[in-house]
Design a protein around this ligand. Structure first.
Ligand code: FMN
Length: 422
């Protein structure tokens, strides 16, 4: 909780400024008060009126306003805060902060403060990776500015890569980590490609179980989450085989995709991928298949009863991979991660599933219709391991994937002792 904490939120001019409105709500729900400073460019993206309505406080933008300066001067603004949060932090404001400029109220407040500063960058991937921005961020980090994000993912400019502002919940977690001891900021692996040399297999999408040559049993899985995880692992340097059921989305780049239809084929493809360090079972594998699929189309006969469909269980891919070591010659992946898609008793069922299947981690996600997970862009998951339950904020599927990949990289980077205590 952030009871009584005072946040000075500086909103600069980026598309992600709309997320800062949500950030104000999340902070106030946790008991913090929020006062906003907006840059001239920021006001092109969100209105000071929205910030004022959500923060229930005056919004400051003009350095030379006589009333503002007499009532709440620029030095006073930072003095009266426990933490300054720059979100979105544009390439421009980061450059101005790094150069020590004081050319508008936002920059002056940041320069004049002795309070901790958190920046949530948001910009086009090329702006983020430009040597100038890289150098500015390094400078600011050396001077003690804390950064949260940016995340990888699709951007408003139709590009993909690092540059998306962290989600409000992630920024709140970082703020809580800075202001309280309750929630440490999410830990990132120390190297850019920490999974280099690791092999991974990821399953994704639904399976399709034939009833006859034209009909099948399947489910609504889109493959978005599994594909994003495969991409995120590949971006961290892992050699990834993605085993995908039938989906409408494109094969990710930078990894090998094997297309399958049924659960039997999916399991065979996973085993054919050879010895791997990491297995992530994100596919929604059908529990049952037709016990006797017909070789030709089952005909509808006038006046006769519909045919009975006898079902048989499908192989359990997660349990099979989790117990691979039991068979001579087959090596179990060092880390097996499953998903538990549940509509009720989410965490309890997932804890039980982890034990039953023998996997290391379970990501439990709510797939009730109200959650909109299947086919949707977001996912709310809980990571269940031997150490307990980690609640993750609702994140875009790409961000869930990046976070899981980071978490996996950290797992492998820790010495065995630390891992045991995990
Ligand atoms: C439609 C549009 C979107 C923009 N989005 C971003 C962005 O996401 N990140 C960024 O650094 N700059 C972005 N810019 C450029 C900034 O608005 C511009 O650099 C401005 O000077 C930033 O000023 P400030 O840092 O004082 O708010 C965008 C510009 C436009 C026109």
């Amino acid at each position: 909780m952030l009871n009584g904490k005072r946040i000075l939120l500086i909103v600069a001019g980026g598309i992600a400024a709309f997320k800062s409105l949500e950030l104000i709500r999340r902070l106030r729900e946790r008991g913090a008060s929020v006062r906003c400073v907006i840059t001239a460019a920021g006001a092109q993206f969100v209105t000071p009126l929205s910030l004022q309505a959500l923060s229930e406080d005056r919004v400051y933008s003009d350095m030379f306003s006589l009333t503002d300066e007499s009532e709440m001067g620029h030095i006073e603004l930072s003095r009266e805060a426990d933490l300054l949060v720059v979100a979105p932090a544009t390439a421009n404001i980061l450059a101005r902060m790094a150069a020590g400029l004081a050319d508008d109220l936002a920059a002056t407040v940041v320069l004049a403060t002795d309070k901790p500063v958190l920046a949530a960058p948001a910009m086009n991937v090329r702006m983020w990776t430009h040597a100038a921005t890289v150098a500015n961020v390094e400078t600011l980090k050396k001077r003690g500015v804390t950064f949260v994000g940016p995340n990888d993912g699709a951007m408003a400019c139709n590009e993909h890569g690092p540059g998306r502002m962290s989600e409000p919940e992630e920024i709140v977690a970082a703020i809580e980590g800075m202001l309280t001891a309750e929630r440490p900021p999410f830990e990132k692996p120390p190297f850019e490609k920490p999974l280099t040399g690791k092999r991974a297999v990821v399953t994704s999408g639904p399976t399709r179980e034939a009833i006859d040559p034209v009909r099948y049993i399947s489910n609504h899985s889109s493959g978005k989450q599994g594909h994003a995880i495969a991409s995120a692992l590949a971006r961290l340097g892992a050699e990834v085989t993605l085993v995908s059921g039938p989906v409408a989305i494109a094969d990710p780049t930078g990894l090998r995709t094997v297309h399958v239809e049924s659960a039997d084929q999916m399991l065979a493809a996973c085993l054919a991928a050879g010895t791997v360090d990491i297995a992530v079972c994100a596919a929604a594998v059908a529990d049952w298949k037709a016990a006797h699929p017909a070789a030709s189309k089952i005909k509808k006969k006038a006046g006769s009863e519909p045919p009975a469909l006898e079902l048989a269980p499908n192989p359990d891919i997660l349990a099979t991979l989790s117990n691979l070591g039991a068979k001579p010659g087959a090596k179990r992946p060092a880390l097996v991660v499953g998903f538990a898609a549940e509509t009720e008793n989410l965490v309890a069922n997932a804890i039980d599933k982890r034990k039953r299947k023998g996997c290391d981690w379970i990501l439990a996600n709510d797939v009730s219709a109200a959650a909109g997970t299947f086919g949707g862009e977001h996912n709310t998951v809980h990571l269940i391991s031997a150490a307990g339950v980690e609640d993750w904020p609702t994140l875009a599927k790409g961000d869930v994937a990046s976070r899981l990949a980071d978490r996996i990289a950290l797992h492998f980077s820790r010495p065995p002792k630390a891992e045991a205590a995990e």
